[in-house]
Design a protein around this ligand. Structure first.
Ligand code: SF4
Length: 412
């Protein structure tokens, strides 16, 4: 493996949610998972995604600059410890005008921030330290036990705001796991990490994604993984299928299937024949080949093992609490309608859009009357739910679908 240190111009990417920003201090990932989205053409930074790892060594400075440019300051750092030798003296009234804090998602699905290079360079740890200094909440997702190195810092962050690390775990059989995730920590090591994080009082869930068609989506694999989630006290589970973007992403997994599962190659080719730009499998063949629906199956398993089937949403103290509560309710309705009840996707999409809008709305819904709320740009699909929350502080739809919804987060 070659590690190349680079001075980057950017580090932080906003997401559709606007209350969460992604930070990718690495380009490329040594773990070399065969289904990795980072290998898709649009994310392909160089030919050797898994062997030539670029490290943004100035990532901590970029993050600190980004936060300072927005008026934040390191509340937990003694003056003598600051990288910059000035801290703007902010008056109480100016503090009121600071923008809302947002979640720093360290790592963003196209690199693992605990891959082996991190052991030597500690860039992720430095980013966590800055999150702590500036009192920002964090999330991350990894396949490497190296995350346990940072438990001390994660606990400090969680104590003052919020820190959640989730582990991606997709295959219970070690031989299969080594084929598809050859350099990540083993499945058992990852479950041990979940257990350790939970024992230390930290939120930590499991992303069972992607469940590979005909390999990872078998009932045995899913059930084995759920059992371990229960035993290790995973906070929640999220399941999902495989998307395969045309190009190198698809070529690589097809060549692995050809080598290890030649009998499945034709099925894979048919499933991804459509070359969907987002990599979604062809629905015609999904039905024809009886492809398991990873979300429905995961949901059934969640019921059986009584594990929440949704990543609980963190609601920061300094955000408009009622807005976030309604936003969470809308998001749960959208999920139920699209994935479980299979209502029209269009309806669910509009409700989800309004959930996002509410996250960033500066006005407090609770202080508005129904006429003012109707004048906001909400879709007709969401408005009745929003008004009901405003008037009765409850959602009859979720109550009616309690059987499905009771596995969701109760903290909203
Ligand atoms: S750990 Fe994540 S980023 Fe790294 S190769 Fe695997 S899927 Fe890609």
């Amino acid at each position: 493996m070659q590690i190349e240190k680079i001075i980057a111009k950017t580090l932080i990417h906003n997401t559709a949610h606007k209350t969460q920003y992604h930070l990718n201090p690495y380009q490329g990932c040594y773990h070399d998972c065969k289904y990795c989205n980072g290998k898709a053409k649009r994310f392909y930074f160089h030919d050797e995604f898994s062997n030539n790892i670029k490290v943004k060594v100035n990532a901590p400075e970029l993050l600190e600059q980004y936060l300072r440019d927005r008026g934040f300051y390191p509340v937990n750092r003694k003056r003598k410890d600051t990288l910059v030798d000035f801290i703007p003296s902010i008056s109480e009234s100016a503090k009121q005008n600071l923008p809302n804090k947002f979640i720093l998602f360290i790592g963003g699905g196209i690199c693992d921030v605990y891959q082996p290079a991190e052991e030597v360079l500690s860039v992720t740890r430095k980013l966590l330290q800055i999150a702590y200094d500036y009192s920002f909440p964090i999330r991350s997702l990894t396949k490497n036990t190296l995350v346990l190195r940072d438990i001390d810092l994660l606990k400090k962050i969680h104590k003052q705001s919020f820190a959640r690390i989730s582990l991606t775990i997709t295959l219970s059989d070690q031989e299969e796991q080594l084929i598809f995730e050859p350099r990540a920590s083993t499945t058992e090591e990852r479950f041990s990490s979940v257990q350790k994080l939970r024992e230390e009082g930290l939120p930590a869930g499991v992303y069972m994604t992607p469940l590979l068609p005909f390999i990872g989506d078998t009932s045995k694999n899913i059930e084995d993984l759920f059992k371990r989630c229960q035993e290790t006290n995973a906070e929640f589970v999220v399941t999902g299928g495989l998307s395969l973007r045309p190009g190198k992403h698809k070529d690589e997994i097809f060549s692995v299937i050809k080598e290890y599962y030649p009998e499945l190659l034709e099925k894979y080719k048919k499933l991804y024949l459509n070359d969907n730009p987002n990599g979604m499998p062809d629905t015609f063949y999904s039905h024809k080949l009886n492809l398991v629906d990873p979300i429905k199956t995961g949901y059934e398993m969640s019921k059986k093992y009584q594990i929440p089937f949704f990543e609980p949403r963190y609601i920061p103290e300094d955000m408009l609490h009622f807005n976030r509560r309604v936003s969470t309710v809308l998001s749960r309705i959208a999920f139920l309608k699209s994935k479980i009840l299979q209502n029209t996707l269009f309806e669910a999409m509009r409700i989800q859009q309004d959930s996002i809008l509410l996250e960033t709305l500066k006005r407090d819904l609770k202080r508005m009357n129904s006429k003012e709320v109707r004048n906001l740009p909400f879709h007709n699909e969401s408005l009745p739910y929003i008004l009901e929350m405003l008037e009765r502080n409850q959602c009859q739809f979720l109550i009616n679908h309690k059987e499905w919804d009771n596995l969701f987060y109760k903290g909203a």
